[in-house]
Design a protein around this ligand. Structure first.
Ligand code: NAD
Ligand code: ZN
Length: 370
């Protein structure tokens, strides 16, 4: 079969490899019909993820048709259309029973990371009963693909971890597929104001369509009072809150400057710092971005403001609930898909995704024609 094989930093090839086989009774082999390229694949290709070894097949979001199952797989049979979770897990170890599937003692593998992934004609899925989901017939591939990773990441590590409440002012920093997934799912909890912050105007426009009440491009902020970006952001947030609240809020009901929730979806020290600067007393910061280096923790300011901070790796245990939200049209992840390619054209798709801002790309989908 053909697959995209990682050959060390800055090197990959769409090439012939052996078709995967069932290795354990709990395995399934899935014929891939759709997959994506994710920002994490670019991190791997830069060499930022040293655990990924040469020879690994990349890709961790996918849909396919079951080709064969091991003898103890109970929920799926040949021919079933399935969504593949980016995390494979046993479902019964101490971490799975604590809902920390990404730390599963028997699996906990991320596809395309420590085991072969979805940018291939076929993929082996360990613990198939627990790592695959049936897809309701009426749902198109593009409505479901982000449920492998981006959507549960934004929901679990962002929205649920930050405990978004009705009436909150929420700031999301980073309008990539993950930040946009935060944006869609934060609306389950009826915040009053959702501010998307990004340096890319095209992505800010997409955010407005997906429900951001306000957008801010920090590179375009002009503040009369200051030239400091964080202060200028705080000024912009105060202006938004004043506009939404109107002039008649009693003084003792006016919150101090800042947001109730800040969700970091970029993964650089500067944007985590922004979260610390714009968070109001009693606020929650959820860090979703993957940081390749140390970040500063401003505990000297955070403690006195009673700030909670969370971070984590997605466990993808909300996938079933999110599938229901897609089915009922509560969220529309298909709006994130901007480009489609044939799987065999994957090298060109990587080039386009590598110039995401120029190409106005958010999510790139790779399909297999029958
Ligand atoms: P992405 O690169 O597509 O999006 C990042 C966005 O941040 C872009 O729109 C970019 O314009 C914006 N940005 C860059 N610098 C900025 C700045 N200084 N200020 C404001 N905005 C800025 O990435 P993505 O696929 O959406 O993923 C977001 C992050 O989530 C990445 O770090 C990714 O590795 C991480 N992630 C985490 C998990 C997890 O389990 N915690 C899972 C998947 C992805
Ligand atoms: Zn487990």
């Amino acid at each position: 079969m053909k697959a995209l094989v990682y050959n060390g930093p800055h090197s990959k090839k769409w090439t012939d490899v052996p078709k995967p086989k069932i290795l354990k009774p709990t395995d399934a082999i899935v014929k891939v019909t759709a997959t994506t390229i994710c920002g994490t694949d670019l991190h791997i290709l830069k060499g930022d993820v040293p655990e990924v070894s040469k020879g690994r097949i990349l890709g961790h979001e996918g849909i396919g048709i079951i080709d064969s199952v091991g003898e103890s797989v109970a929920s799926f049979k040949k021919g079933d259309r399935v969504l593949m979770s980016c995390i494979t897990s046993c479902g019964s170890c101490v971490y799975c029973s604590r809902n920390l599937q990404s730390h599963c003692l028997d699996g906990g593998w991320i596809l395309g990371h420590l085991i072969d992934g979805t940018q291939a004609e076929y993929v082996r899925i360990p613990f198939a009963d627990n790592s695959l989901y049936s897809i309701p017939k009426k749902l198109k591939d593009e409505s479901v693909l982000c449920l492998s990773d981006a959507l549960p990441t934004g929901y679990e590590v962002g929205v649920l971890a930050a405990n978004v409440q009705p009436g909150d002012t929420v700031a999301i920093i980073g309008a990539g597929p993950v930040g946009l997934s935060v944006l869609m799912t934060t609306q389950f909890f009826s915040p009053a104001i959702i501010i998307m912050i990004d340096t890319d105007d095209m992505r800010l426009e997409a955010s407005k369509e997906l429900g951001a009440t306000h957008t801010i491009n920090p590179t375009k902020l002009k503040s009369s009072s200051t030239t400091n970006t964080s202060s200028a952001l705080l000024d912009a947030i105060s202006a938004i809150k004043a506009e939404v609240d109107g002039p008649d809020v009693p003084a003792n009901q006016q919150a101090k400057p800042g947001v109730d929730v800040a969700i970091e979806c970029v993964g650089i020290p500067q944007t985590f710092d922004t979260c610390q600067q714009i968070i109001a007393p009693g606020g929650r910061i959820a860090n979703v971005g993957v940081h390749g280096s140390k970040v500063d923790l401003q505990l000297q300011d955070l403690w006195i403001k009673n700030i909670q901070i969370s971070t984590g790796l997605v466990s993808a245990n909300t996938t079933r609930a999110l599938l229901k939200s897609v089915q009922s049209n509560k969220i529309k992840p298909d709006l994130l898909v901007t480009h489609k390619f044939n799987l065999s054209d994957i090298e060109r798709a990587y080039e386009v995704f590598g110039r995401a801002a120029e190409e106005k790309a958010i999510k790139v989908l790779l399909q297999v024609d029958d």
